[in-house]
Write a protein that binds this ligand. Structure first.
Ligand SMILES: [Zn+2]
Length: 89
C-alpha cells in the first residue's frame, strides 16, 4: 500500500499533456489532473475543494509557475473575470 500522501510530489510521474488548452499532469496510472490545480495543491499541501479555483494572473492558462497562480473561490473568480472583461452594466 502506498502512503496516503504518495500523490503529493512536485513531479508526479513526469508526463504532461495538453488538452482543451490546459496542461495536465499524470498523477497516477490512468489519472490526470490540471497542472495549475496540482501545483497549487502541492503549495498548500492539501487537495483543493471543488469551490476553489486557481487563477492565472497573466491569463495564460499554460503558464503554471507558482508566481502566476492565485487561489480564489469560484464566486470571487467568476466576478473577477466578469469585471475584467469590462462589462459595465
Ligand atoms: Zn482566472
Amino acid at each position: 500500500m502506498a502512503p496516503r500522501s504518495s500523490w503529493f510530489k512536485p513531479k508526479p510521474i513526469g508526463s504532461v499533456r495538453m488538452k482543451n488548452g490546459y496542461r495536465y499532469v499524470k498523477v497516477a496510472e490512468g489519472r490526470w489532473e490540471y497542472e495549475h490545480r496540482f501545483v497549487m495543491e502541492c503549495l498548500l499541501g492539501r487537495k483543493l475543494a471543488t469551490w476553489e479555483e486557481v487563477h492565472h494572473k497573466d491569463e495564460v492558462k499554460v503558464n503554471n509557475v507558482l508566481g502566476n497562480l492565485e487561489l480564489k473561490d469560484s464566486v470571487e473568480h467568476g466576478r473577477y473575470h466578469y469585471y475584467a472583461v469590462g462589462v459595465t452594466t
